[in-house]
Design a protein around this ligand. Structure first.
Ligand code: ADP
Length: 388
């Protein structure tokens, strides 16, 4: 017999754009979705079936989400893993597993596990005092990167230390209340940043997407270009590492692995995210199966879809315009959509703020050069501004 229950109930912790894009795919498979997010009009609220409006740290709310659902997933990694472990012990399904989340959400434990598994990472140490950093600097030489082990995003938990005088400032910036564990990393003089999305299925299947080149501005992802312009050898290394990482963490669902590629083609892991990722948005129009569809298939125990690239694809993030804050308006959408093969995604955030991720666009074409040209042209038309 090959019956599959209709109306599978999925709970998503987080109702931002990643949650919204998960729902769009889950709806194709007839699922019922409940989200948990403190913001009443968050992007996913417009298309979910139920919305528990509660703080992410509200354990009771997370418990009631679990009671309503067959499976729980999440769209960001800064969640109380212990609470998710308790749910798991009570027999609830939570994917990616809370044990993988526990290791990954702390950059020190994440890198320690990678190192133990012989995966190349920039050299690193846990630090407690300014003296510790001074000593490590003798080994690494400046610059070095001071990082919060937990809670960082868009580079907000990082501080580049260029000389001994910067150390105290770095400590005070990242750890003003002396309650955040810190680590120091060797600065990698990379040639390029790339990422590889990989998906683990409940049946132990592993699917890996092609390598994308990520370009950041002010530590925020600006553009992803796929395929990345690196050697076949470096590509294969990155793809093999992403595959291994799913194995190491018994990954269920989408994982994103971010890498530094050095001038001599060496590939080092920068970090892992146990969820669909901004640098995988290109997969919606660019690949046979999107990262969101594969994530949903994975957590439901369904077969994973083909991850091949259909055509070279460029994704550009659309951020809130500088100097604008308040009720959001989008300018230039018609001009952008008049450009061949351009797709615009608007997340539906009611308020714009400078640099807030408001949407993204993609262009997928046979010629990567043309795809990039069209994407940039469309990007130049679109602006998220405020009404007043
Ligand atoms: P977040 O978790 O906030 O995204 P990351 O640790 O990924 O922070 O770092 C953000 C950016 O900082 C990276 O994309 C990279 O450009 C730079 N960076 C981080 N670690 C290093 C390093 N060891 N060497 C050089 N640059 C780094």
């Amino acid at each position: 017999m090959n019956f599959y229950p209709l109306n599978q109930k999925i709970g998503i912790i987080g109702g931002g754009q990643l949650g919204k894009m998960m729902i769009l795919e889950a709806k194709k498979l007839g699922c019922h979705i409940t989200i948990l997010d403190p913001v009443k009009d968050c992007p996913a609220s417009s298309i979910c079936d139920e919305h528990i409006v509660a703080s992410f740290s509200d354990k009771n709310a997370i418990y009631s989400l679990a009671k309503k659902c067959d499976v729980i997933t999440y769209e960001f990694e800064h969640i109380d893993y212990a609470c998710l472990m308790e749910l798991e012990q009570l027999g609830h399904k939570v994917y990616p597993t809370p044990s993988s989340l526990k290791i990954i959400q702390n950059k020190f434990t994440q890198k320690t596990v990678l190192k133990e598994n012989n995966i190349n990472v920039p050299n690193f140490y846990l630090v407690q005092t300014i003296e510790d950093v001074k000593n490590i600097a003798k080994e690494f030489s400046y610059p070095i990167v001071l990082k919060s082990c937990t809670g960082g995003y868009d580079g907000k938990g990082n501080y580049i230390i260029k000389c001994e005088e910067d150390i105290e400032k770095g400590f005070n910036t990242l750890n003003p209340n002396l309650d955040t564990p810190l680590m120091v990393e060797k600065f990698v003089d990379f040639d390029m940043e790339v990422s590889v999305l990989a998906c683990g299925g409940l049946n132990n299947d592993i699917k890996v997407y092609p390598v994308g080149n990520n370009i950041h501005i002010d530590n925020i992802l600006h553009k992803t270009i796929v395929p990345a312009n690196i050697s076949e050898e470096s590509k294969q290394k990155a793809i093999n590492i992403a595959h291994n990482i799913i194995d190491i963490f018994n990954g269920v669902g989408m994982f994103c692995v971010e890498f530094f590629v050095t001038k001599d083609g060496e590939v080092l892991v920068n970090e892992i995210a146990p969820r669909p990722h901004n640098s995988g948005h290109y997969t919606i129009e660019g690949c046979v199966t999107s990262q969101f569809e594969n994530h949903i298939r994975a957590i439901l125990g369904l077969p994973l879809g083909n991850t091949s690239l259909l055509n070279p694809t460029v994704m550009i993030n659309l951020l809130g315009e500088e100097g604008h804050k308040g009720d959001a308006l989008v300018e230039g959408l018609i001009n952008a959509l008049n450009i061949e093969n351009v797709f615009v995604h608007i997340y539906g955030k009611k308020q714009t703020v400078a640099k807030r991720k408001m949407g993204h666009l993609t262009c997928s074409m046979q010629s990567l050069e043309q795809a990039e040209k069209n994407a940039i042209k469309a990007y130049n038309h679109i602006k998220f501004i405020s009404k007043s």
